[in-house]
Design a protein around this ligand. Structure first.
Ligand code: IMP
Length: 197
């Protein structure tokens, strides 16, 4: 049995591989199918993008495919940047640009609640795609703290911790993160699907 992971991001692949290490399952990735063009992530929601990626790659390879999409949802900004997290401050922007924008947008606001959310879609040939999600709630602090991780990590302090995602050791972040939670949910669904056949 093969499962394609719809990503060309080696770090993501490693994280997914660690959770999807079932006996008899060969995990491959978009790297193994260089002829397949990148899927354009133009959906309005994390769900739409995850489903689009999973379905297009499943159709192109004829193999079960898993795809994810993540974002930061800030309460006081009505869920922004959400699905636009990567390019929130414009095409070609950096993580630093996005973090600076987040601090600007929240200046003077008392509600600093936010969550990271990941949606994972699983597409099996000839079947309707399934989705699961994982989230981690926390607060946006008012200055950058920590050097690890990526994206909005230096501004996000998960509930129950007094360090940001960029200060916490990677193994702690990788246990409680939105992606880890979604991946665990996806791995449960995968187990049920495979047992049901
Ligand atoms: P992706 O769907 O995993 O590529 O995530 C899209 C964007 O959301 C990233 O470019 C980051 O800006 C943000 N993001 C997703 N996951 C994380 C995380 O774990 N830490 C910080 N930022 C994240």
């Amino acid at each position: 049995m093969k499962l394609v992971i719809a990503t060309r991001n080696a770090r993501k692949l490693e994280e997914i591989h660690a959770i999807f290490n079932f006996q008899g399952l060969e995990v491959c990735s978009a790297f193994d199918f260089p002829h397949i063009p990148d899927v354009v992530e133009d959906g309005d929601t994390l769900e739409a993008n995850a489903i689009k990626k999973a379905v297009e790659i499943c159709n192109a390879t004829g193999l079960p495919t898993l795809a994810d999409d993540s974002g930061l949802e800030v309460e006081a900004l009505n869920g922004e940047p959400g699905v636009y997290s990567a390019r929130w401050s414009g095409e070609g922007c950096t993580y630093a640009d996005n973090n600076a924008k987040l601090l600007r947008e929240l200046a003077g606001k008392t509600n600093r609640r936010a969550q990271f959310r990941t949606v994972i879609a699983l597409a099996l040939p000839g079947e309707r795609p399934l989705t699961v999600e994982g989230a981690v709630k926390g607060t946006i602090i008012d200055e950058l703290r920590g050097e690890q991780g990526f994206g909005y990590d230096p501004l996000f302090m998960p509930d129950g911790y007094n360090q940001t995602f960029a200060e916490l050791p990677a193994e702690v972040k990788n246990k409680i993160s939105h992606r880890a939670r979604a991946l665990n949910a996806a791995s449960n669904v995968w187990t049920q699907l495979r047992c049901g056949t």
